[in-house]
Write a protein that binds this ligand. Structure first.
Ligand code: 5GP
Ligand code: ZN
Length: 140
């Protein structure tokens, strides 16, 4: 784990935080990263993670929890450029739907869909859509 900015190499979010794996990052600071979800529920679906590895919120130090919320606030403000409506979610544990065991908040913009969580399979984010979204969301 070293300085806390890297973690197990079998954790995809640690790889993203360390920039060893590709992602579309919209915000980064010393202890957090926010990037586009690769299989978005809706346009602009973002994830907020701490750089330090921990499976769930209760596994990481208070300072990293606070940093996550600060970044969550920042990305919510940016998502409001797309729509004033969005869901914030945190899945903890497999039975709660957690698939990636590196703690993350979802920010899911809503545009009037009936229920994007129960809809048909999610399409993989295209490079074109991702670049357009980074243009809209990566500026401060
Ligand atoms: P969970 O169900 O664990 O709360 O959510 C994990 C999220 O991570 C899912 O929405 C999934 O689409 C996303 N995801 C999984 N692998 C990757 C990846 O390699 N890159 C990105 N950007 N998102 C991923
Ligand atoms: Zn990790």
């Amino acid at each position: 784990m070293g300085d806390g900015t890297t973690g197990p190499t079998d954790c995809i979010f640690c790889e993203i935080a360390a920039r060893r794996a590709p992602s579309y990052i919209v915000y980064e600071d010393a202890s957090t990263v926010a990037f586009l979800d690769l299989f978005p529920f809706t346009r602009g679906h973002l994830l907020v993670i701490p750089k330090r590895h921990g499976a769930r919120l209760t596994d990481i130090p208070f300072n990293d929890q606070m940093a996550m919320v600060r970044t969550l606030d920042e990305v919510c403000r940016r998502v409001e450029r797309l729509t004033p409506d969005y869901n914030v979610a945190l899945n903890a544990g497999a039975k709660a739907g957690q698939i990636v065991f590196h703690v993350h908040f979802h920010v899911i913009p809503r545009y009037g869909e009936a229920n994007p969580f129960l809809g048909p399979g999610r399409a993989r984010l295209s490079d074109g859509d991702a670049r357009e979204l980074v243009g809209e969301l990566a500026r401060g």
